[in-house]
Design a protein around this ligand. Sequence first.
Ligand code: PEP
Ligand code: MG
Length: 537
Amino acid sequence: MEKHSGKKVNNGIAIGKILFYSKSKDKIETKKVENPEQELARYEVAKEKAIMQLGALYEKACKEVGQENAQIFDVHSMLLEDEDYNDSIHQMIMEEKFNAEYAVAQTGENFSRIFSEMEDDYFNARSADIKDVSQRIITVLKGYEDEEIIGKEAVIVVADDLAPSETVQMDKSKLLAFVTKYGSTNSHTAILARTMGIPALVSTPINEDCNGLMGIVDGYEGIFIINPDQETLEAYKEKQEQDSQEKELLEGLKGKEDITLSGQKINLYANIGNVDDLKSVLENDAKGIGLFRSEFLYLEKDTFPTEEEQFNIYKQVAEKMKDKKVIIRTLDIGADKQVDYLNLGHEDNPAMGYRAIRICLTQTDIFKTQLRAIFRASIYGNLSIMYPMITSVSEVRKIKEIVEEIKEELTAEQLPFVDVEQGIMIETPAAVMISDLLAQEVDFFSVGTNDLTQYTLAIDRQNAKLDCFYDAHHEAILRMLKLIVDNAHKAGIWAGICGELGADTSLTRTFLEMGFDELSVSPAKILPIRKIIRETK
Ligand code: PEP
Ligand code: MG
């Protein structure tokens, strides 16, 4: 039995098999083969298998998102049959005697570059597709069943580090917990663990040797146990049982109002990253969604989600939540949330870099596509829009101009929409200091305490070394929160908190005293906070 200490990201107990997720799996070995004919046959078999996978994906997508959206898998199958693509691979294997993995990877890279350099939108779009299909064949060649990180069995995922884009792609129903060697407790990967309600640890000294062994993650104490002895295993099973009994006690709060004993009401909403999270939102009886981190839709994909794809997702969320409020935050990509297809390039200081609204206001086509999708979905429920990383009144005015353009476009196209509430995130010190002016421009404020803490205390939230200095209870933050809510109320608008601090139960009463109108937290935190609210005088 081995025992390691890590930093706590989310509480809970998980017991299960360990899967070590290694990025080195993605490395392509380059070697010369002795028997090129055999290598070519290996390629042909892998290609056929990839085509079969794509056929199955096409059928599944037809059922789930409609034939139009499923077409992409047909296109991928066609690319795999492309003569030039296949000739290049054949030549590299047969004449240059390279291994199949390298031949496919190199051909994929070359074709992708050629497509991206063409002055034709159709071929530009195929650039990412050709990389995608090449990766699919490589995955098959390497013997992995498909591209899924997790197989059929639920596991504890252990890794050196996990990017948000990797975490969102994991099958949540099979993820018991995660433990990483690196990473900060304030990162988006950590936030995802809280949203999923699974135990998680970062900064835990682990290595690949634990793969396949039994493990226990104790998210309360920050302990990771590998290969536990029988006594330890029994003790943790008991703890897990106590946990579920406590959860059952909270069940009684479902359907109850979020109101204090003296009659102060507060809206208790949930934070989500995608449609899958809705299940726990409904299970935990959140009264709305206060933060839909829409950028996770972009992180799950290898190309920009189209207007249609986004529309379908926003519509689904709006419909499932019925008349309950759903606040969609527009694309907050950049910093730790990176996607290759956006080509953001290297930045020395990405947290203070080209991100969020700065991308949307300079690459307005991306922004407009998202706004069109949200407005079109607005007729199916109770949607609101929220803009991230605001620092000035002029940004808000520019956003409003673009929104007006979108509304005119939709009206001209006779596409119905409703006038949704529009708010901003207050997550920069600049926005706090001019919150009186910003309040004149928008319908609501939602405080992003994660970024507000990082920018106010000058602490990179990704830097694990600084976790001990990251004090979200700092008096500067608490004073800012009071200033924000007071300025909102003076202008007659509402104010909430959607950063992680909103879920800090030691501050729930302080937030009520400050007068906040809303708290938006990870779904699993709804009922514990409701309990505190209802016990508050
Ligand atoms: C925040 O900054 O507090 C916030 C809610 O946004 P994110 O964590 O996604 O940056
Ligand atoms: Mg933020």
